[in-house]
Design a protein around this ligand. Structure first.
Ligand SMILES: Cc1cc2nc3c(=O)[nH]c(=O)nc-3n(C[C@H](O)[C@H](O)[C@H](O)COP(=O)(O)OP(=O)(O)OC[C@H]3O[C@@H](n4cnc5c(N)ncnc54)[C@H](O)[C@@H]3O)c2cc1C
Length: 316
């Protein structure tokens, strides 16, 4: 298993439940991938030690299998229904609200949910950046180690760095970057919103209220930078922070400056669309692909469904 985001962990669970021996390799320090949470440190505020979600903002649960997983998480207090309503901003001001499916969040951060799914798996080999996958008459190898089958559960632009082209699926979608800017304020001075879709804005696309999302009401906001601006600042993510802060203050009518600001670059944040197939298995090589570029929607729940489908496909 290459990649321990939610797709890889979902795939590994299917394989382990079927009695397969599974090795899970991930380049990060912890599982979760883009369901990313971190503890605030050295902020100079009272919020040091608090967790913030700086990757995926939330998840939905429309898929039947994933709904059961989410129910288990909510029953155990690991996940919480956050909201079904966000505000909408257009140049000039907030124009109303948009209601949709329930969005879920996690009191301990979204990464904690992947940790939970991984808790019954063999230990994940973290900080293992895979650099070579090869397939020939002798079988398939990952960094020289032989395996029967390989599941690739990471964005294609990352997989393409070490997988030969003849083992790739065709027509995979392009990806776009995001810079996520976290802002810690002294206190809440904005009105009760959960999140704001920022439309037609050159700086931001989205603002999440992380305090309301995670349920502790801390005055912490996370804003996502418009992919066009993000693409221009991948070498200098903190360079967008002043623009992001100014736009957040304008959208939410905040007079104060944040006490602490941190910009995280997601060079490969989201596929602009997802292929409809749940996953893809190479017709002539024991290698398959899953993740949020499959299963119809570039979302957490699709990544879970895709990983699960790939697990079943590899068993077949
Ligand atoms: C800023 C942002 C906001 C988002 N907002 C939402 C949202 O609101 N709702 C929603 O549903 N989805 C959202 N998403 C998308 C969501 O995060 C993804 O759909 C989901 O987390 C994808 O999971 P995955 O397992 O397919 O991939 P990933 O989580 O990317 O996992 C891939 C794993 O592969 C590992 N890896 C990569 N290269 C290597 C290598 N060479 N060797 C070993 N390991 C490697 C990585 O460390 C990572 O752990 C957002 C994403 C971002 C970045």
């Amino acid at each position: 298993m290459l990649g321990a985001g939610i797709a890889g962990v979902a795939c590994a669970r299917v394989l382990v439940d079927a009695g397969c021996d599974v090795a899970i390799l991930d380049r990060g320090r912890a599982p979760g991938g883009r369901m990313a949470s971190r503890r605030l440190r050295d902020t100079g505020t009272r919020f040091d030690g608090r967790i913030v979600d700086y990757g995926a903002s939330y998840f939905t649960a429309g898929d039947e299998g994933f709904t059961a997983v989410v129910k288990d998480w909510t029953d155990r207090g690991l996940a919480r229904p956050w909201t079904d309503t966000f505000h909408v901003y257009e140049p000039g001001g907030i124009i109303g609200v948009r209601t949709g499916p329930i969005r879920y969040a996690a009191p301990e951060g979204l990464r904690s949910l992947v940790d939970d799914l991984a808790s019954h798996l063999p230990a994940i080999q973290q900080e293992r950046t895979v650099t070579a996958l090869a397939h020939d008459g002798a079988g398939i190898t990952v960094d020289g180690e032989k395996f029967d089958r390989v599941a690739v559960c990471m964005p294609m632009p990352q997989a393409e760095r070490f997988i030969p082209g003849d083992l790739h699926p065709e027509d995979t979608p392009p990806w776009e970057p995001v810079i996520a800017v976290t802002m810690v304020f002294t206190e809440r001075t904005w009105s009760e919103i959960d999140g704001v879709f920022v439309n037609d804005d050159p700086v931001l696309t989205w603002i999440a209220d992380d305090g309301r999302r995670r349920g502790d009401d801390a005055p912490v906001l996370v804003a996502h930078v418009n992919p066009v601006l993000a693409a221009a600042h991948l070498d200098d993510p903190s360079g967008v922070s002043p623009f992001a802060v100014a736009t957040v203050r304008q959208v939410l009518g905040i007079d104060a400056l944040p006490d602490w600001v941190w910009a995280h670059r997601w060079s490969i944040a989201r596929p602009i669309e997802a292929r409809p197939e749940a996953c893809w298995v190479h017709p002539n090589a024991p290698v398959g692909y899953a993740g949020d570029a499959w299963a119809g929607r570039p979302r957490v729940e699709a990544a879970w469904a895709s990983g699960t489908a790939l697990g079943h496909a590899l068993i077949r």
